[in-house]
Design a protein around this ligand. Sequence first.
Ligand code: ADP
Length: 245
Amino acid sequence: MTALASAAGSSVVVLEEVTRTYAGGVTALVGVSLTVHRGEMAAIVGPSGSGKSTLLNVIGTLDRPTSGRVVIDGHDVAALSDRQLSALRAQSIGFVFQQFHLPAGVSALDSVAYGLLYSGTGQRARRERAAAALERVGLGRRLDHRPHELSGGEKQRVAIARAVVGEPAVLLADEPTGALDSKAGAAVMELLHELNESGTTILVITHDRSIADSLPRQVAMLDGRVQSDSATATATDSAALGATC
Ligand code: ADP
């Protein structure tokens, strides 16, 4: 994994004609092509069953496509061994899920520092960077709090700090407000916007059209296909996008 490869080009995610067929014959992705540039913030939006999770898994290199090409942060996924794929994931991709997945009984500081465990950073530097990341998400005064001492919104902030502490090329947020009340959800979206304004590339997977509409770009999925993409839409397409979703 060379820095040169990471720095190559401005595309963080490139999918070309990606198809994913599950055992049993369900084709969850059908010829999906998508390019996400460094610094973008986009929503992948669509109803349940439209292929969003499958797409997230493919972009997150948790799953390989049945056919088509996937290039993440300059690396063609097909050319990498499972071990290299894990390294790419650890180095280049941050994940945030609806359920925060914070280990029980572990302080916010240690949870976030854990995000740097495989980065070759020493323990002291890991803790310093974790503290800075928690400061960045507004939790500088909650470093020692464990999950049961945090609100849902605060837990999601810890999860976001853990995802961005290694400065990944792309942050994948899967229904990040799905388990939060509307106020905490709005605050988490505001935080994601702030992170994007300071340079983080972010993809938000959501079934919520209003969340998608609050982001600069919307990629709408339906039946495993990209139904529309506001980045490539013509004026007529944009009108249709507003009318149909
Ligand atoms: P979404 O995240 O938009 O709800 P998914 O990507 O989870 O959509 O699912 C897309 C389609 O693929 C659905 O028809 C779903 O039933 C099917 N699917 C998802 N995961 C699997 C799996 N592991 N095995 C078989 N079919 C699956």
